[in-house]
Design a protein around this ligand. Structure first.
Ligand code: NAP
Length: 300
């Protein structure tokens, strides 16, 4: 698998990344096998978040804690991974235990510092390579969010920072106040979720040299069962390239000129390997446009 630049960090990572949203609810040995399989295929960036785990009936922080257990069981893995996590979603009581003060999003310096320290503790690492604001907090001034991120870098808790689910204008507002470089954005992007192709997010990434990390690049699995024109076009291209729908859908994301890094979500080793094969598939511009049209986009 080839590598792609992670913003302007000087770090290159495998062009497909491994995601931990669905990581959890398994024992440490199984989790370790998933991470090792991803690394064997060349996926070196691992993306998680403090909130991951809740969807797998684990407690808050469950996915980070499991990854931390994997690092404890196999310490050599830590340095092979570019470790990305996120904070800024806040579902429960506030961090002083005050019930009822929980808000969906919280990017104040106090909360982000606390959230990051908790992530470090659960992950059992000294430093996070990429810390991302998970979702924009509409009620926090971007100067304050910027202070939170700059503080994490200044304190040595994180090396680099990024954002997730930010619009282009939210990125601009944050960057105007940041005194460290923003390196990544993380939109949802797949052949069935094309919003960022023309909402400014990918254009801005190319303008500023930010690396887009695409979440749910298989549409959370929906691309694999798509019917109608999209399903037919995926099958046609899969046959032409001797691959599967997975291969075509990921190759589509990889083909975008913003040099997007898709973050895959399966935990099954056979499917991780199948996804990695997409790195060897090059779709032509005509094939990419055929998928965009098949997804229902009007191309006048
Ligand atoms: P995805 O790769 O689009 O979807 C994964 C789903 O597809 C899993 O349910 C998986 O099932 C299924 N799948 C994969 N290959 C399959 C196959 N060959 N046949 C049938 N089903 C298959 O990605 P995702 O899990 O939705 O998201 C990926 C990552 O993006 C997350 O782990 C996280 O890191 C990130 N993310 C970020 C945000 C954000 O707000 N920033 C939101 C969501 C996700 P199995 O597991 O059973 O294989």
């Amino acid at each position: 698998m080839q590598k792609r630049a992670l913003g302007k960090t000087g770090i290159d990572v495998g062009e497909i990344a491994f995601g931990c949203w669905r990581f959890g609810g398994v024992d440490v040995a199984t989790a370790q096998e998933r991470i090792e399989t991803a690394l064997e295929t060349g996926m070196t960036l691992v993306d998680t978040a403090d909130v991951y785990g809740l969807d797998n009936n684990c407690p808050w922080g469950g996915a980070e804690a499991l990854l931390g257990d994997v690092f404890a069981a196999a310490p050599a893995l830590r340095d092979q991974i570019v470790l990305a996590t996120k904070g800024g979603i806040h579902l429960g009581p506030d961090h002083q235990g005050r019930e009822g003060l929980g808000v969906p999003y919280e990017t104040s310096p106090d909360w982000i510092t606390h959230a990051c320290e908790e992530s470090l503790r659960r992950l059992k690492v000294d430093v996070i390579d990429l810390y991302q604001i998970h979702r924009p907090d509409f009620l926090e001034h971007p100067a304050s969010t910027a202070r939170a991120l700059s503080g994490l870098v200044a304190s040595g808790k994180v090396k680099h920072v990024g954002v997730s689910n930010y619009t282009a204008s939210q990125v601009s507002a944050l960057r105007a106040h940041l005194d460290v470089p923003l390196q990544t954005v993380q939109p949802e992007f797949s052949v069935s979720r094309l919003d960022s192709i023309d909402d400014g997010v990918l254009d801005q990434a190319m303008e500023l040299g930010l690396t887009p990390l695409a979440w749910s690049p298989l549409g959370g699995g929906s691309v694999l069962s798509a019917a109608g024109a999209l399903g037919a076009q995926l099958d046609l291209l899969a046959s032409a390239h001797s691959t599967s729908r997975t291969g075509v859908a990921l190759a589509f994301v990889l083909a975008h000129p913003a040099r997007i890094i898709p973050i895959i979500g399966t935990g099954r080793p056979d499917r991780i390997r199948e996804a990695a094969e997409a790195a060897d598939i090059t779709l032509t511009k005509a094939e990419c446009y055929s998928l965009i049209a098949a997804s229902g986009r009007k191309l006048p």
